[in-house]
Design a protein around this ligand. Structure first.
Ligand SMILES: [Zn+2]
Length: 61
């Protein structure tokens, strides 16, 4: 069973707070939305609002 995986996913959705994975802030270049995702999701990141894949590191500006 992958209970651990499910648990970390729900932590990520609810904001976690258990000192889990580092979170990265991205900004969508298309609609300007900002959102946080674990660093491990660097590949294939999509904007949750408009689904654009043209997202950037919000800290790098
Ligand atoms: Zn967007």
């Amino acid at each position: 069973m992958s209970v651990g995986l499910l648990s970390s996913i729900s932590d990520a959705i609810s904001g976690g707070g258990d000192g889990d994975d580092d979170v990265f802030t991205y900004r969508c270049a298309s609609c300007g939305a900002e959102f946080d995702l674990p660093k491990t999701r660097m590949m294939g990141v999509r904007c949750p609002d408009c689904r654009s894949m043209d997202v950037r590191d919000a800290a790098e500006n």
